[in-house]
Design a binder for this molecule. Structure first.
Ligand code: NAD
Length: 362
């Protein structure tokens, strides 16, 4: 199992180092190779995603990514900015499925803006198509309206479209993920108004026939947005298109309170994946040793589960994270009175120690 490790910029190096510590203690025979991406890559090679990095990422079974972004490069032309590294990887590796779990850890219930009883025990997974929909559909642009409410007026327009293979492949990702969880998929659309959504809904229903063990229901996106704050625990896996998913995944992420806790995965058709925390390079705290490494450590757990078929090892990491939080250790972003504040490195060490302890106690 070969993993490409791309720490990137800012806190990227600090948080990825902790995830590697955790992977190493699991004794999994992983082959790891580092490469540059983002601002550090631009500084060394004049490009944020050098050929060598892309080659390594393509050859690897999975990519563990830190974060990219550095204010020193904000004046560069857009294609040379650090953030292009992640966009280039998504495009070149065909990473169409974005997976974002929203898990509320019992000890962090107070960090959410919702009432504790609504989110205590929350564990949902949002799966979003990340390469299609109105964000990429052509044609798009500005023109003079030929019809509509104001013929002859200037108008802006985009195209919402999904092809059958695009919907089928994201449907399979969702049903397969549900099989590894609680066996329920909610497909979110706007089929009462949009042709594209009715097409999406029909194909979801067709693909579901291959998964008789998984329960499928459909929900309109406006209702889904409401249900996510009203009764989020009733969901298991939510699957949706690019635009609805963009909005709903941020809404769901905030249910759990802290950005430093949120992992993510982007998968392609071959289950090769890029795993990264949902946050950025946090230049305001880079180099201070205070960043929360848990989102990256949990991203490594997702990598083991989704790309490397090592669900047991993923479970070991996730239960170690729970134990560490239960012991009262907190980085600054999730600190509250009565808990113990620790830095990035001490948090990583604590997860390693919990894994070792749990192994010895069986
Ligand atoms: P950010 O996520 O980096 O930071 C937002 C806030 O959250 C900051 O106050 C930061 O200190 C805090 N924060 C983030 N991660 C944290 C952690 N692990 N522990 C503790 N606190 C944490 O977002 P931003 O400030 O808008 O962007 C900074 C840079 O990151 C920009 O250059 C942006 O383009 C880039 N970015 C990259 C990615 C990516 O690599 N995928 C994603 C988002 C933003």
């Amino acid at each position: 199992m070969k993993i490409a490790i791309l720490p990137g910029d800012g806190i990227g190096t600090e948080i990825v180092a902790e995830a590697i510590k955790v992977l190493n203690v699991l004794d999994l025979k992983l082959e790891t190779e580092f490469a540059l991406a983002g601002g550090v890559a631009y500084a060394a090679t004049n490009h944020p995603l050098p050929e060598a990095t892309l080659k390594l990422a393509k050859e690897a079974d999975a990519v563990l990514f830190g974060a990219v972004g550095d204010w020193r490069y904000d004046q560069l032309d857009r294609p040379l900015r650090p953030e292009q590294a992640i966009l280039g990887l998504r495009m070149n590796l065909g990473l169409f499925a974005n997976l974002r779990p929203a898990i509320c850890y019992e000890q962090l219930v107070g960090a959410s803006s919702l009432k504790p009883e609504l989110i205590s025990g929350l564990d949902i997974l949002i799966i979003r198509d990340a390469t299609g929909d109105v964000y990429f559909g052509q044609p798009r642009g500005r023109r003079t309206a030929a019809d509509g409410h104001f013929p002859g007026a200037e108008e802006g327009f985009d195209t919402m479209r999904y092809s059958r293979p695009e919907v089928e492949r994201i449907a399979h990702v969702a049903f397969q993920a549900a099989r590894k969880r609680n066996g329920r998929v909610t497909s979110v659309d706007k089929a009462n108004v949009l042709e594209t959504s009715q097409f999406w809904r029909d194909i979801m229903a067709e693909v579901s026939k291959d998964y008789p063990d998984v329960e499928l229901d459909h929900m309109y996106v406006d209702n889904a947005a409401m249900q996510l704050v009203k009764a989020p625990k009733k969901f298991d896996v939510i699957v949706t298109g690019n635009m609805f998913g963009d909005i709903l995944s941020d809404e769901a992420a905030m249910l759990t309170g802290s950005i430093g806790m949120l992992p993510s995965a982007s998968l392609n058709a071959g289950n090769q994946g890029l795993y990264e925390p949902s946050h950025g390079s946090a230049p305001d705290i880079a180099g201070k040793g205070i960043a929360n490494p848990l989102a990256t450590i949990l991203s490594a757990a997702m990598m083991l589960r989704f790309s490397l078929n090592q669900a047991a090892a993923a479970n070991r990491i996730e239960s170690a994270v729970r134990d560490v939080l239960a012991s009262g250790l907190r980085t600054a972003d999730i600190y509250s009175e009565g808990t113990t504040k620790v830095g990035t490195c001490a948090m990583g060490d604590a997860v390693v120690a919990a894994i070792t302890r749990n192994a010895s106690t069986g």
